[in-house]
Design a protein around this ligand. Structure first.
Ligand code: AMP
Length: 213
């Protein structure tokens, strides 16, 4: 089973991909996470990726994503299902993504589009923090007064591309570049659209229904 989950920033695609991966033993390919890991490397590649992802807040060039994708597909057996989170994000990626999957004897079973409004996205990302020490993801509640991790006491920080200006820029990219991908998969009759402004469990339930699981 090869599933793609797409949605704007804060739609919960990462959370849903993780839930699916856990429940059905799928590999979770989180493109943003893979690229952030590379951006931590003190190498020419790491510095280049850091500049694009963290400073410019743009999409990394296709050749780079292609490389990351190939490494992952090569590492996994064909029978291992994958949930692709946040990829492909533009039409160019869609073409080589499909080619790469075909090359590795895979096909896309379904594309889940988790839809939320721009206002909801800005609201959610504004509350998204993580622990500097143990990396635990935390969504701040209105009642939270201290910016410390409940697990380890570490300091809670925002991702450096999660500033208001960063989110606005990434949402614009989603609208301009990723929405055409969703339209493309719609024509291929592969899209299932889910209202992402429902509770997390309800969204998951609907995804399972769309996947006939
Ligand atoms: P995300 O964690 O999904 O918000 O992604 C964080 C950042 O990683 C994005 O703003 C891009 O800079 C980069 N990125 C993630 N996925 C892709 C992709 N499919 N193509 C190019 N860049 C990506």
């Amino acid at each position: 089973m090869n599933i793609i989950i797409l949605g704007p920033q804060g739609s919960g695609k990462g959370t849903q991909a993780e839930l699916l991966a856990k429940k059905y033993g799928l590999d979770h390919f989180d493109a943003g996470h893979a690229l952030r890991q590379i951006s931590l490397l003190n190498t020419p590649l790491g510095r280049d990726v850091n500049e694009i992802v963290m400073v410019k807040k743009e999409l990394v060039p296709s050749r780079l994503l292609k490389e990351v994708l190939h490494i992952r597909l090569n590492d996994l057996g064909r029978e291992q299902g994958i949930v692709f989170d946040g990829v492909p994000r533009n039409l160019e990626q869609t073409i080589y993504f499909q080619e790469a999957l075909r090359e590795f004897g895979r096909k896309i079973n379904r594309v889940i589009f988790i839809d939320i409004s721009k206002e909801e996205s800005l609201k959610r990302i504004g509350k998204r923090f993580s622990c500097e020490k143990c990396k635990e993801a935390v969504v701040l509640k209105a009642s939270d007064k201290k910016f410390v991790c409940l697990k380890c006491g570490g300091k809670l920080v925002q991702r450096s591309d999660d500033t208001k200006e960063g989110i606005e820029k990434r949402l614009k990219i989603f609208e301009m570049e990723t929405m055409p991908v969703i339209e493309y998969f719609e024509k291929e009759q592969l899209i299932s659209k889910i209202n992402g402004e429902q509770p997390e469990e309800k969204v998951f339930e609907e995804i399972l229904k769309k996947l006939n699981l």
